[in-house]
Design a protein. Sequence first.
Length: 331
Amino acid sequence: MKTIFVTGCAGLLGNHYSRFLLNKGYRVIGIDNLFGGYLDYTPNHEKFSFHHLSLDEDHERLKDLFKKHKPYAVYHFAAYAAEGLSPFVRRFNYQNNIISSVNVINNCVEFDCKLIFTSTMAVYGCSVPPFTEDLTPTPCDPYGIAKYAVEMDIKQAGVQFGLRYNIIRPHNVLGIYQNIWDKYRNVIGIFIRRTLDREPILVYGDGEQTRAFSDIDYYMEPFYQLIDGHDEEIFNIGADKHWSLNEVAEIVRKTGEKYGYSNTIEHAEARLEVKDAYCNHDKAKNFLSFKDETNLDSLVDKMFNWAKDQPKRELKTMNYEINKGIYSYWR
Ligand SMILES: NC(=O)c1ccc[n+]([C@@H]2O[C@H](COP(=O)([O-])OP(=O)(O)OC[C@H]3O[C@@H](n4cnc5c(N)ncnc54)[C@H](O)[C@@H]3O)[C@@H](O)[C@H]2O)c1
């Protein structure tokens, strides 16, 4: 029985993929510091074990886990993916997203196991969409810069030590077990949480910025195909169809109405963000049998139904390293 490490196992991608691997018969070692995920999101399964550690700090404990379990592959999902917030928490962003990854890379090299790393569409920054994998990344915020730095470090380890790896650049993934109690990220989750709290749905700026949202279910099989093949390749994965945030807000409002919530949609000051961001996914479709059949209405309905039965959780707030220019809704 092969053992796979899944970092960020209490988060959206990590907990769904851990379940997927367990169903396939793998043993899964889940690692998470619960900064952005919840323990009760992790699978309850005899072949799953949870290890509460911070990848950026607990490198000795991480090494011990590698020594003991000798994983076949590592899916490294752990990160704090708050793109808009990242300029205000720069040190935290680089410490958490780069140093954590470096500790994972060191061990993958040392213990000779494949690394599958989730980067982000944010590495394309202000390039002209649709983004293809061969574009030279030009990230324009600290989150994207951190992810691109890790991509480059992984490639270097590939050249020097023969590290086997893949880089995935997902975007706007949705599903149950998403953190909806974090006001800095996961826009649909934020809309749902505000609806449940009977607060206005807050759209930043004019709401005409577009994003392509996709159902987490479509990611599982493509992730799995990387466990043994396609070494050194980079793949965009995500939806082709995009929606404006005004359209998305209306979908959430209508869904709420169905469940007895009558919320208004309001607009707040614009954030510094890319207006239109979407990728080309031909490579994942051709090589990983990726297909996206996301039905946003029914997915939002499923998430809403799940969210309304969740325990009330504390809303996440961060200590800003820079207060200058912080948006009114984050003060
Ligand atoms: N969800 C998306 O739309 C999306 C889009 C692009 C890229 N990604 C990338 O995919 C990965 C997973 O995203 P997600 O949506 O599941 O995020 P998530 O926040 O739901 O899960 C990430 C998990 O990592 C854990 N974590 C964070 N820092 C850690 C640390 N230092 N040590 C140990 N654990 C730590 C968090 O507690 C959390 O449970 C991330 O790397 C993210 O950058 C996600």
